[in-house]
Write a protein that binds this ligand. Sequence first.
Ligand SMILES: C[S@@+](CC[C@H](N)C(=O)[O-])C[C@H]1O[C@@H](n2cnc3c(N)ncnc32)[C@H](O)[C@@H]1O
Length: 275
Amino acid sequence: MEEQAFLWEPAKYVEFGDFRNRPFFDLTSRITAASPRSVVDLGCGPGNLTATLSERWPGASVLGIDSSAAMVAEADRLSTTRDAGPAAGAAANQPPGLAFVQGDITSWAPDEATDVVVSNAALQWVPGHLDIMAAWLPALRPGAWLGVQVPGNFGAPSHVLMRELAASARWRKQLDGVLRHDDAVGEPAEYHELLMRGGLRADVWETTYNQLLQGENPVLEWVRGTGLRPVLAALGTDSAEFEREYSALLAEAYPRGGFGTLFPFRRIFMVGEKQ
Ligand SMILES: C[S@@+](CC[C@H](N)C(=O)[O-])C[C@H]1O[C@@H](n2cnc3c(N)ncnc32)[C@H](O)[C@@H]1O
């Protein structure tokens, strides 16, 4: 299994916790499965949110899967069962409890035992994820649930400015092909169609959270935990210079006001129960 070409830093990612966590709860509150036995969280990150699924459904075997060794190592501290085994996605036949395994979303597929599939803020990292999701749906049994959230902010100044700077004469050579574009995710209507075609009763919506961030350069700090990571990895020691230019652009796009820095963040949610 291939690790992503850049490294995740669990401690950096969990900064801004409430803003990062809230969409997960907004998503999973719409999954009304009563007593699932087999729950999987794809791209589970540091596992803190996966653990809430285990608390919510104590009779379930909850398996978090992530391709990052650092994230899985962090998540593993929360495991209550240690025998998930190497087969990513093999949540069936596992005892109730919480386990984590390193694995790639692209090689996972549901089976007839899968009751709930959750993926929060992860599928935007997986090229072609609409096709991958479409392939999962026929394998879900009636009554199984899917809940996915992806950021819908690839057209926001934070991303546009990052891409424009990366494409500028100074950085183009080092950053060619490193960043995703605004087609990294679909639009709500596309996901709606995808779920309906897959035989799910679909509940799709979008929300823009008006996030009021505090501190110096908070938008830069935010993207350092996620979207900027591929740039930092590609530039190595040059990344400080890129960050200097980028943070000047961010300061203009997201001026600090009397109450903090407003960083609107659009997210797309989809939940469905297989009919
Ligand atoms: C933004 S974090 C979200 C973590 C967690 N779901 C949450 O909501 O806090 C995205 C996670 O997706 C994981 N990821 C990205 N591509 C992946 C892939 N192809 N397979 C498995 N995990 C992947 C990353 O390693 C990272 O931990």
